[in-house]
Design a protein around this ligand. Structure first.
Ligand SMILES: *Cc1c(COP(=O)(O)O)cnc(C)c1O
Length: 515
């Protein structure tokens, strides 16, 4: 063991730090606390002698629980960790319903302009007129693309937008003396966030079955309607990748019953610039800017889920919002009339607004429509190329932006959807979405997006075909053992979910010694 000039031991310790050598460039990366230790600083600071305590007895008694690392140590740790991840920048990421498309670098460049990146939410509004103008333009694009009357930019995720949209519906019904409506209809194929949102707001959820062709059973919607129903939460295109053919009939039935139509717009990438949801009769819809309008996502944020609102719900839009007055743009921060209060502390994810508007302006209206059409074309290409080897549950309709397969092609092979997805990791692809939507047994949901080239799609399809053939040829072991080439093998996912270790804990003895 050697010491560096801070007296900190380096090299092999009991913590297994030596592991950064030994497995070349895919180390078993230790924790920061195992690389460094908490008693030393990674930088040279003069010793401090405190003559008089000016903290009123509140000075720290125990070491600060942060690992003291030098800049290169800290940087290498995070760079090494980043290499353990699959990302859209390292390979195809066909995760259905997540729209993992390329994030143009132009967006990043614009988001880093100091006039956007360095402003503070509490700055006087006359100093941030450009930022407000950008928010105003983004609102205009979102309302134009959806043919709606208002937009709330602030929600920070799709699920957050769902909550806001349903709060607006609740407020509108309370204002109209319809507060007794306590039921929300949710089709079986819905994303889990839909029933969760309704339940969170105190509604009871009534499931609407899917028809054999994967679309919502319109008769079942009509049968479920009553004076107790507040709203339907419907995804279109739905999570089977299908455009609901009777969506207008559903909207009319909902409105005739005095209820509202909430649309989960997470799949807007399939229809932007082609269909305006307002024309279909929706009252509220969130748009995942991080999906459709290309902010890097999948790593936990940031997200943005603006909600567009119909005329009936517009008065209930939350604050803050941007309003043009004679001399410039103002930020309306206090609720007037029926407006809801705030759903976020400040104005939302400014960096994402910049990325989204950059994406819109660089594509133009026609370019957005082209992107949607290409996304649909790519998904149908995959569906057509793989249909002979995989099982297609709903073959009656062309698909929208994603191709859905079930696991019946694996019957008798001893290979499950999970095994199949794990084998795909060994081939360098991120797995597709598995076991969702729930209406299909052993679902595999593949969303290639418009940003993959035909060569990439072909390489992906070649691998998928080869895997399907190998499974059918009886080579189950390749699948059940996979992944073999990933930094981690199969995880105990139940334990990881039930008892995650999220925080480094100082060993008991050190705590005692410090007392
Ligand atoms: C992604 C998604 C959501 C949730 O969006 P978040 O930003 O992850 O909260 C909701 N519904 C559908 C259909 C989605 O694909």
């Amino acid at each position: 063991m050697s010491m560096n000039n801070h007296g900190r031991p380096t090299g092999t310790g009991t913590s297994g730090f030596a592991s950064t050598s030994g497995s070349a460039l895919l180390p078993n990366e230790p924790l920061l606390f195992e690389i460094g230790d908490t008693e030393h600083s990674g930088v040279d600071l003069p010793d401090v002698t405190i003559a008089t305590d000016r903290l009123g007895g509140f000075e720290r008694r125990m070491p600060l629980d942060l690992a003291g690392l030098t800049e290169p140590e800290a940087m290498r740790h995070y760079v090494r960790l980043s290499r353990l991840n699959h990302s859209i920048d390292s390979g195809m990421y066909p995760l259905g319903s997540c729209t993992m498309k390329h994030n143009p670098r132009l967006n990043e460049k614009m988001a880093r302009l100091p006039g956007f990146a360095d402003i503070h939410p509490l700055q006087p509004v006359y100093t941030v007129q450009g930022a407000l103008e950008l928010m105003n333009q983004l609102s205009h694009w979102l309302m134009t693309l959806t043919n709606t009357a208002a937009v709330a930019l602030t929600p920070k995720a799709g699920a957050h937008g769902e909550l806001l949209g349903m709060m607006a519906i609740k407020a509108a019904q309370d204002a109209a003396g319809q507060g007794h409506r306590k039921v929300v209809l949710v089709p079986e194929s819905a994303h889990g966030t839909n029933p969760a949102t309704a339940a969170f707001l105190g509604y009871s959820v009534k499931a609407i079955p899917a028809r054999d062709d994967g679309t919502v059973d319109v008769q079942a919607v009509k049968d479920a309607l009553s004076a107790d129903v507040a709203a339907i939460m419907l995804t279109n295109p739905n999570t089977c990748g299908l455009f609901e053919p009777q969506v207008i009939e559903i909207a009319e039935a909902i409105h005739d019953a005095g209820a509202f139509f909430y649309c989960d717009g997470a799949n807007f990438n399939a229809i932007m610039g082609v269909v305006r949801p307002g024309d279909l009769g929706i009252d509220a819809m969130h748009i995942n800017l991080h999906k459709t309008f290309s902010t890097p996502h999948g790593g936990g944020g940031p997200g943005a889920g603006p909600v567009v609102l119909s005329k009936a719900l517009a008065p209930f839009a939350p604050v803050p919002f941007v309003r043009k007055d004679g001399s410039g743009l103002e930020l309306v921060e206090h609720a007037e009339g029926d407006a809801l209060g705030r759903i976020t502390a400040f104005q939302g994810q400014m960096g994402m607004y910049v990325r989204a508007l950059t994406y819109m302006l660089s594509h133009g209206g026609d370019g957005l429509a082209q992107a949607a059409q290409d996304a649909v074309l790519n998904a149908n290409y995959i569906k057509a190329r793989l249909a002979h080897a995989f099982s297609v549950p709903f073959g009656d309709y062309p698909t929208m932006h994603e191709a859905l397969f079930d696991d019946s092609f694996l019957a008798g092979t001893g290979v499950t959807t999970l095994d199949f997805a794990k084998a795909l990791i060994d081939e360098g692809f991120h797995p597709m979405t598995m076991y969702f939507p729930l209406v299909v047994h052993g679902a595999m949901l593949i969303e290639p997006t418009e940003s993959e080239s035909k060569q990439t799609l072909d390489r992906f399809c070649d691998v998928m075909e080869e895997l399907a053939a190998d499974a059918k040829a009886g080579n189950a072991a390749r699948f059940t053992a996979a992944p073999l080439k990933a930094p981690r093998r199969r995880l105990d996912e139940t334990r990881a979910a039930r008892s995650p270790i999220l925080k480094w804990e100082r060993a008991e003895e050190t705590l005692k010694a410090a007392e």
